[in-house]
Design a protein around this ligand. Sequence first.
Ligand code: UDP
Length: 255
Amino acid sequence: MARRKQIYEGKAKVIFEGPEPGTLVQYFKDDATAFNNKKKGTITGKGVLNNRISEYLMMKLEEIGIPTHFVRRLNMREQLVKEVEIIPVEVVVRNIAAGSISERFAIPEGTRLPRSIVEYYYKNDQLGDPLISEEHITGFGWAAIHEVDEMLNMALRVNDYLSGMFLGIGIKLVDFKVEFGRLFHENGDIQVILADELSPDNCRLWDAKTNEKMDKDRFRRDMGGVEEAYQEVARRLGILPESGPADQQGPSTLQ
Ligand code: UDP
């Protein structure tokens, strides 16, 4: 097969031209970064696991009517997605204080928040992804008011659905980050859909009983057992054969 043309290389993924117009191929790398690129490393097998985990979660979200860019998984590390124009806003939803919110407001990590809190960050590595308000998003023209409303509604639905789903497999969804993109339909309609990925790279996942971290914080904080934690998430989701991250079967539905 002819080599695909690379369109973009990010920190954890490479984007290639897709096989047909309006599609892209997302390749998941094992590379990991943290603290705005200051910490770099590799997590063996992460790309394979995130490809599977993101496929599974996006498919589940499609089932409840949340539009996503996911089309189908192509192989161990690649998935076919719809081409969108990424909105440069990271939407973070938090249920339990951890990471930057704990530092900013001196709330001990692990404190359940009075209600789910949504934050927006401007997606800009040079600026270190600054925290922004809806006023910045609409004022600077990064998204229209109705698009912000759609992103907010979808992010909250993702949170409700995933919180319940993870709790069912003994995992607390502490917080997560999602990104959205504009899908340009042939009839001229523009639709805001969920894009990027959903994986332990951009969610905080804690074991419901022990509060053990099962996400990228293990890498950020040099805790070790990073691969094992990602594998355990996949195993509990029912998408990892007991023997390891072999590419043997498609995702199975949870009992
Ligand atoms: N997050 C992310 N990408 C970023 C920043 C944050 O995926 O560039 C995720 C992170 O994994 C966590 C949530 O968003 O699940 C909230 O992150 P936080 O603001 O606490 O930042 P951090 O402590 O990771 O710097």
